[in-house]
Design a protein around this ligand. Sequence first.
Ligand code: SAM
Ligand code: SF4
Length: 326
Amino acid sequence: MTRAEVTELLFRMPWQELKDAARQARCENLGHHVFVRGLIEFSNVCRRNCLYCGLRRENHTVRRYCLKKKDILAAARTAAAAGADTIVLQSGEAGRNPEWLAEIVAAVKAATALPITLSVGEQPRSWYALWKEAGANRFLIRHETADARLYAALHPGYTLQQRRQAQESLADLGYELGTGFLVGVPGQKPESLADDILLTRDMKAAMCGVGPFIPQSATPLAHAPHGSIPLTLRVMAVLRLAAPWLNMPATTALASLDPTRGQQDGLEAGGNVLMPSFTPRLRQAAYRIYDGKARVDMDAVRCAIENARLTHTLPVPADMPPKEIQ
Ligand code: SAM
Ligand code: SF4
């Protein structure tokens, strides 16, 4: 697909046709199964100052936390028992002791026997190698925007080139790479979304999260409008056609803007992953990357998957009678 073709699909193809094509591509390439990643947001400490994010260093209204090893392990066990197929350990970008995280990775792996995904930002290659050695399998680090000028404006002191280098190091080390980007972040030209789609395809990412920008009241972008849901869904659908192998979540940001249909719509636009949070409730409020962040729990996940007429292997909760098998 050329840039012109991607742009044509993005902005001109009738939505029903685009959505049907994306659904078909997802089914042909990946079947009807939805993967469930158990997200544990283990720390909100961050040294960066991304203009859009509520965890940015200069937000002094946030109460910073880092979960203890025992609490991370308890959350991971809960996620595994609830049916998560992967544990995702996410945090702000901190220069913490890399051995500590290696120990956590090894302990979570031993406790759950599940693949581990890390999402802890740009770090030295030697740290990535250490965590790989400890058992981490995948790494989520979004390129955020393929527009280098916009990237530099949104991430003071950092460049898109550095971000891409971090992604390349991770791929070299044998991690399955997850990228992603924002839709509707201030300063984004809609046509640059075609570049995001092509960059994701060309870097051979295994995963890609496409989420609408949502303002956070304690950031410089507090008063900017949020990204459009219909455009986010169109981008997901075109991405599914351009890179049919991708694992693509229906993001929590979609659920936050539309709690009743956001996740289902994301699955119907070609998504095949959901990421419920297992972060201890007391800490969830302090991981406020944007305002109105939804808590995506297992009931919401089941509901979205069933409404989208897809399948899962989640256990039936004890207080729910088993559904009739058809
Ligand atoms: N610190 C790590 C990093 O930046 O890669 C991982 C955690 S960070 C909170 C995870 C993702 O949240 C980012 O990649 C970014 O795209 C998304 N995010 C942050 N602020 C957001 C906002 N205001 N609206 C939508 N997504 C946002
Ligand atoms: Fe920190 Fe990630 Fe938020 Fe940027 S997006 S401020 S790196 S937590």
